[in-house]
Design a protein around this ligand. Structure first.
Ligand code: NAD
Length: 496
């Protein structure tokens, strides 16, 4: 059985730990390999390699750093199909969706190619007589990136290119469910000219995460995953004196106002509800229909769902399997809970006939109508292909519902009323808002992040926030001596 190891100091290694995790092909249900689960000594080895590399990398010129990123961009672009195949083999999402994920990751590499502009500081001449002041942004040293299973390429790429472009060295801990794509990326970084040790990949689970959180050599942690783990990582990392950004789970609402184009809204609800089998932190899982549109909207969504093909992501299907048998079972139990609580299953994914091997981790797209806010299918993040329709009487009721959610990652409003849309973007307590756009994932030059229980910390991912996160500010006040000296003066410096 293949053992998927680590990438430390530019080389593949099996590590010290003998613990292993199973990796599956979700479309066949078969175990495809095992992943090494790092212990604290493995993590320490990777952090030490990163510390050694960081000493030189921080002094590498911007031209040298960006040359590596430009080369990496070309490699990933040329080999994007290979990366997409690696994603589909372990995650299960359909190949076209995996290719979309690679594309969104590429955009962050391209953003990092322009890091020279983003790192420009300010300069003020003559802040006092013949005194100049200027600001610098410098790297932190070694930073850790801990990523979830659902975007094994895009989420690491939200952080790694920006961190490296800013002059840091990185230890990446991917999800143990789909670890292979991150190793490919690390090897391609090496091929692109990145010095050994600047990017290390340590595979593992909670034990590796805890070791990273506690290691004094790690200066900052970028985490993405579920809310309970994000909260824990933020607290434990902050207690150890690290800078932490921890992006958590989501329950994203799509509000449909009575004047909306219902065909557009129905297409959007299906795409955003069932793409990647709902395993997206920006998936729409709660559709808030402002009456009287609910009946017409549910009818249109159900009609579209009838045409969806669930199956092996390599066979041109619309929707793939869930990531593991345990996760499929958990999502299925939510469907059962929804039925038991009295929600109306308009389309029941438990009845699906997949275009794939029967042992795959299947659950078809599921649509519930007449969902009430107290039902667990609404309160909990299911992270599967389950879309709940909640019926409300007015715009105000819709906003109240959305803002009462503990999560605040993404939301969308569908309407043809510009005034209503503008009011929504202003009032809603959510970090990323779409107006007639169901999955409003910001481009790489903006920053990605939610509010409330969807993000712990201050700074969002990539864009200006990413650069701020991976650097420390410094301000220099300088005077070059000329023949006129000021003499002794114990007063607080002021401008003269
Ligand atoms: P997860 O929280 O189970 O795991 C995320 C990472 O944390 C993995 O690397 C895992 O090994 C590690 N981990 C798991 N349990 C841990 C523990 N107890 N202590 C320390 N580390 C632990 O999340 P997942 O199931 O891999 O991913 C799905 C979740 O990620 C969903 O909740 C989804 O909403 C969220 N997500 C959020 C965003 C966002 O931008 N907010 C993006 C993608 C995914």
């Amino acid at each position: 059985m293949t053992v998927i190891g680590h990438h430390v100091d530019g080389k593949r290694t099996a590590g010290n730990s003998t613990r292993r995790g199973d990796v599956f092909d979700p479309a066949t249900g078969r175990r495809s390999g095992q992943v090494a689960l790092a212990d604290a000594t493995d993590v320490a080895g990777a952090v030490e390699a990163a510390e050694r590399a960081a000493r030189d990398w921080r002094d590498a010129s911007l031209a040298r750093r960006t040359a590596v990123l430009f080369a990496l961009r070309e490699l990933v672009h040329a080999r994007r199909d290979r990366l997409a195949e690696a994603i589909t083999a372990e995650h299960g999402k359909v190949l076209a969706d995996a290719a979309g994920e690679v594309q969104r990751g590429l955009e962050v590499i391209e953003y990092a190619c322009g890091i020279a502009s983003a790192l420009r500081g300010g300069f003020s001449e003559n802040v006092s007589t013949e005194v100049d002041s200027y600001s610098l942004r410098q790297p932190l040293g070694v930073v850790a990136v801990i990523s979830p299973f659902n975007f094994p390429v895009m989420v690491p790429l939200w952080f790694v290119p920006v961190a490296i472009a800013c002059g840091n060295a990185v230890v990446l801990k991917p999800s143990e469910k789909d670890p292979s794509a991150a190793l490919l990326l690390a090897e391609w970084f090496t091929e692109a000219g990145l010095p050994d040790g600047v990017l290390n990949v340590v595979n593992g689970d909670k034990e590796a995460v805890d070791a990273l959180l506690d290691h004094p050599g790690v200066k900052a942690v970028s985490f993405v995953g579920s809310t309970p783990v994000a909260r824990y990582v933020h607290q434990r990392g902050a207690l150890a004196g690290k800078r932490v950004q921890a992006l958590g789970g989501a329950k994203n609402h799509m509000v449909v106002l009575p004047d909306a184009d219902l065909d557009l809204a129905a297409d959007a609800a299906v795409n955003a509800g069932f793409g990647s089998a709902g395993e997206r932190c920006m998936a729409i899982s709660a559709l808030v229909a402002v009456e009287p549109v609910a009946d017409a909207l549910v009818e249109r969504i159900a009609a579209r769902m009838a045409g969806l093909r669930t199956g092996d992501g390599r066979r041109g299907c619309d929707m793939g399997p869930l990531v593991t048998a345990a996760h499929a079972e958990r999502v299925r139990s939510y469907v059962e809970a929804g039925v038991a609580a009295g929600a109306v299953p308009v389309v029941d994914g438990r009845d699906v006939t997949p275009d794939g091997e029967p042992a795959g981790f299947w659950l078809g797209p599921t649509l519930f109508d007449h969902v009430r806010p107290e039902m667990s299918i609404y309160t909990d993040e299911i992270f599967g292909p389950v879309l709940s329709v909640l019926r409300v009487g007015s715009y105000d009721e819709a906003v109240e519902l959305v803002n009462a959610s503990p999560y605040g990652n993404g939301t969308a409003i569908f309407t043809n009323d510009g005034g209503a849309a503008r009011r929504y973007q202003h009032e809603v307590e959510v970090g990323m808002v779409g107006i007639n756009v169901p999955i409003p994932v910001p481009m790489a030059y903006y920053s990605f992040g939610g509010w409330k229980a969807s993000l712990f910390g201050d700074l969002h991912a990539h864009g200006a926030d990413g650069v701020a996160f991976f650097t420390r500010g410094k301000v220099v006040t300088s005077r070059w001596l000329d023949p006129r000296h000021g003499g002794v003066n114990l007063g607080f410096p002021t401008q003269t």
